[in-house]
Design a protein around this ligand. Sequence first.
Ligand SMILES: Cc1cn([C@H]2C[C@H](O)[C@@H](COP(=O)(O)OP(=O)(O)OP(=O)(O)O)O2)c(=O)[nH]c1=O
Length: 209
Amino acid sequence: MKEYKVGISLKEKNMRKIILASASPRRRELLEQGGIPFTVIPSQAEEKITTEQPGQAVEELSYLKCSDIYEKSLGDVLVIGADTVVASEGKILGKPSSQKDAVKMLQSLQGREHEVYTGVTIMAREGNENRKKTFHEKTKVVFYPMSDEEIRSYVNTGEPMDKAGAYGIQGKSAVFIKEISGDYNNVVGLPLARLYQELKNMGIESREW
Ligand SMILES: Cc1cn([C@H]2C[C@H](O)[C@@H](COP(=O)(O)OP(=O)(O)OP(=O)(O)O)O2)c(=O)[nH]c1=O
């Protein structure tokens, strides 16, 4: 096992520049938590879902976001793109389009199980060599029943508006979470452990520590 001094530079550790192609503050926090050094360049790619399969949808969208930034980047880089949706009763739920839409989404989730899918695409360039990997992770979540008043009050906090399925498990909606099966971080927007494993399988060193 190799040992590294604290504060060693990326170059000394033979690590390449990592770009997170995401505007999501949650994804940034998770990569930071893992001690994976990165810079942020959010993708402007238009997000259009073309399939009813949630796993395929998040893979495609993560690929779109990742390739948008990868194609604009020069030199040896590694770009990470991700996308999260909620799947409930055969429907894919993205971010709510309005407060009314958020109320509808939460009504459909309360008292039952649904799934959260996050797709991730990694694209790495080293000299003339390009490598790509796309995968998704699924987490099951069960909500307690919510009253109409609870749903209205929660939507009024504004918390649901920028989140798939109209809730943030890391926020106030935690009071409604009965069960979760799978990776919690996947619900928040990035399956950090799976990402680290996939990078490791590609022979890519990602941790600074
Ligand atoms: C279900 C759930 C989703 N979310 C968030 C994660 C994502 O940021 C968001 C889903 O939207 P995404 O389109 O996946 O991501 P984004 O628009 O926030 O960022 P970008 O496209 O630039 O990468 O929902 C939570 O924060 N908590 C949750 O419990």
